[in-house]
Design a protein around this ligand. Structure first.
Ligand code: UTP
Length: 408
């Protein structure tokens, strides 16, 4: 893009201030900024402040889950199917660790956070231990792909190196970086984080498969013959990874995806609920549901929309390839976004000052034909660390880990 083209494109989208900044740069700075502008998806930027552009929900219906009691009854069968798939190298795991953990307020990768009390216990370490429980049982390792972003990639890799991958074989771990997206202020103006750089942040956790493809990591998945990928968040320190029972039940069900869910604590719990939307599986947020839907009950008295997702999904790789280039909804989220002001000073706002644009992994479910809703016991498998204190915090996760016999 030459100077003129750049000026025109920025003008067309009301971003002249970026061109002003551009003119003050040396050649290297100009090239860097122009390359960032070239990658901008303007249709996404145009959504800032226009909630009305968000997609309307279709017709919602309940989706029944494979409940804990059903799973217990067939556990041995499911586990055997899952272990066989793992032994046959058909299962890989993907750790979504590209987020910035702003609520936790730690500068580095969230997985480096130390949740130990009498000794060091890092979040990454806990996750690897959970995976080792499975690989010890299966007698073989599960390839682990770790998604990072430009903001935390080097630090994440250095940490794994320093800690010797917490005992996991290095050959089975691959890192890849996710895409970045620009941020804007509340008037839709692009923010800058340096004189020669837009304010860029990871584009949400929904682009992980696309990023695996563009970074070439997908080749490794294919070469190893992996048919299923288990996606999980960095912050749930209790979760089972490549859980053979979950893998086995999903394979046995003949469905192309599976989602671990927990029974809602009460009808109004603020979780995304797995249900059907226009006949296809879908995850609908609590604020997108009417009171009537939230409170509707089945003949047996149970809530019709009773199961919330915990960001632990299983996807069939061939189906992921089919949907890789599908349009996914863009979520516009208000965030505290560091930026440089007109004088060139870095400002770290205390309250939200603009929008980031994110794709979410939960939207992938709706692109697929079906999904097994697989219930797990909340207190055994769900201890998310989002905040320092209070709900979903380091404190609540520590209590749950102790309850499950983990020494901290
Ligand atoms: P969250 O939605 O909790 O976001 O991520 P976050 O960035 O970790 O934390 P806050 O909102 O800034 O406090 C859920 C999971 O998705 C991953 C996170 O690393 C976490 O495992 N994620 C999120 C990504 O991998 N990339 C992203 O761009 C966003």
């Amino acid at each position: 893009m030459n100077d003129n083209e750049l000026m025109n494109v920025l003008k067309e989208h009301g971003q002249e201030h970026i061109y002003e900044a551009y003119q003050k740069l040396d050649e290297a700075g100009k090239a860097k900024l122009a390359a960032q502008v070239e990658k901008i998806d303007w249709s996404m930027v145009a959504m800032a402040g226009h909630e009305e552009l968000a997609q309307e929900r279709g017709k919602l219906e309940p989706l029944s889950a494979l409940e804990v009691k059903d799973i217990e009854a067939d556990k041995a069968k499911y586990e055997q199917v899952g272990i066989e798939a793992i032994k046959a190298s058909k299962v890989g795991a993907v750790l979504l660790a590209g987020g910035q953990g702003t609520r936790l307020g730690s500068d580095g990768p969230k997985g480096k956070y130390n949740i130990g009390i009498t000794k060091d216990v890092y979040i990454f370490e806990r996750l690897i231990r959970n995976l080792l429980d499975v690989t010890d049982k299966a007698g073989c390792f599960v390839p682990l792909y770790i998604m990072t972003s430009d903001k935390n990639n080097d630090e994440t890799i250095a940490f794994f190196e320093e800690k010797n991958y917490f005992g996991y074989p290095k050959d089975f771990v691959k890192f890849f970086k996710q895409e970045m997206a620009p941020s804007v202020d509340f008037d839709g103006k692009l923010l800058m984080e340096a004189a020669d750089s837009l304010s860029l942040s990871p584009n949400g956790n929904g682009g992980w498969f696309y990023s695996m493809a563009v970074t070439g990591v997908l080749n490794d998945v294919k070469e190893r013959g992996i048919e299923w990928l288990n996606i999980f968040a960095v912050d749930n320190v209790l979760q089972r990874i490549a859980d053979p029972v979950f893998v086995g039940a999903t394979i046995d069900s003949g469905r192309v995806s599976g989602a671990k869910v927990v029974r809602k604590a009460d009808p109004n719990e603020k979780v995304g609920v797995l249900c059907l939307e226009d006949g296809k599986p879908s995850i609908v947020e609590y604020y997108e549901m009417t009171e009537e839907i939230i409170n509707s009950r089945e003949a047996n008295g149970e809530l019709s929309y009773n199961f919330g997702v915990i960001l632990n999904y299983l996807f069939r790789v061939d189906k992921l390839e089919e949907i890789m280039n599908a349009n996914m909804p863009v979520h516009v989220v208000e965030k505290k976004i560091p930026y440089i002001d007109k004088a060139g000073n870095i400002v770290k706002p205390e309250t939200p000052n603009g929008y980031k644009f994110e794709l979410l992994v939960l939207d992938m479910i709706h692109l697929l034909d079906n999904c097994l809703s697989f219930e797990v016991v909340r207190n055994y498998e769900f201890a998310p660390i989002k905040n320092k204190t209070g709900v979903d915090s380091v404190e609540s996760a520590q209590a749950l880990l102790k309850e499950n016999g983990v020494e901290l």
